[in-house]
Write a protein that binds this ligand. Structure first.
Ligand SMILES: Nc1ncnc2c1ncn2[C@@H]1O[C@H](COP(=O)(O)OP(=O)(O)OP(=O)(O)O)[C@@H](O)[C@H]1O
Ligand SMILES: [Mg+2]
Length: 244
């Protein structure tokens, strides 16, 4: 593990018509750490993931992965460099088995043909899906679908894993299992950037937290620091007021 940023987001903006979904956001992700990106609904978190993977093009700014500019590269090329993404809405091939869905992840990642089966096996073990390897994806519960989404991303053997709300809709035991998978990934050297709403989990697992509100970065620090930050508190209280 080194201390250099594996990912550097520099002055990145994205507009959708007149809406500025992400406004001049800058942050670094240190290699070998788990960093969380949090913020109220519509803050721009998923858009940041879309910009980092060039799923959407940015309006201004740049993104560096290991010092190399990637915002000009195709999404597939970024994946080959070692950036994988677990989506907010899991999109498995429903007609395929769990094993074969994970295989798709392996084939689209950095895995050589002879390693494919061992990489699938590792991803299934890490996510606790070994017993479901031959189940059809269409038969899975939400918890197992989320684990499958994570397994598919892990099978690409990323050095940087972007995970968008991997705990949404899960019961506490399932959340704990997925959090344990993230810890195991970080322990073996994978860097993780997590978008998550569950603050208890974020506080437990994150080395650092970046907070977005309405497209702007409003805090960047340790979990303990950001939860005490008045701007963060008011962004979240504002959201609660809207939801009441
Ligand atoms: N493809 C798009 N076209 C138009 N507007 C978009 C598009 N994607 C996102 N937006 C808008 O950009 C803003 C940020 O959206 P984004 O999905 O990044 O938020 P988020 O922080 O991930 O929210 P959530 O917590 O609800 O997932 C929102 O106002 C959203 O409606
Ligand atoms: Mg989102």
């Amino acid at each position: 593990m080194t201390n250099s940023p594996i990912l550097s987001v520099q002055g990145v903006s994205r507009r959708f018509g007149s809406l500025v979904a992400v406004n001049k956001v800058s942050f670094d992700v240190r290699e070998g750490t788990l960093m969380s990106l949090i913020g109220p609904n519509g803050a721009g978190k998923s858009t940041i993931f879309n910009l980092v993977t060039n799923y959407l093009s940015l309006t201004e700014g740049r993104v560096l992965f290991r010092g190399q500019r990637i915002d000009t590269l195709a999404t597939q090329k970024i994946a080959h460099l070692g950036v994988a993404r677990a989506f907010q809405i899991a999109r498995p091939f429903r007609g395929l088995t769990v094993h074969d869905n994970v295989k798709v992840g392996a084939l689209f990642g950095r895995t050589g043909p002879r390693e494919v089966e061992s990489v699938i096996d590792d991803a299934l073990r890490l996510t606790g899906l070994v017993h479901l390897a031959q189940a059809q994806a269409s038969s899975l519960s939400i918890g197992h679908l989320r684990k499958l989404e994570l397994a598919r991303a892990v099978a690409a053997r990323p050095t940087l894993l972007l995970a968008d709300e991997p705990l949404a809709g899960l019961v506490p035991t399932e959340s704990d299992e997925i959090l344990a998978s993230f810890r195991a990934l970080v322990a073996r050297g994978t860097t993780v950037l997590l978008v998550e709403h569950d603050m208890v989990s974020v506080m437990k697992i994150s080395d650092r937290v970046v907070v977005l509100d309405a497209g702007e970065l409003i805090a960047d620090g340790t979990p303990q620091d950001v939860v005490q930050d008045p701007r963060v508190i008011s962004a979240y209280l504002g959201q609660e007021a809207l939801e009441r």
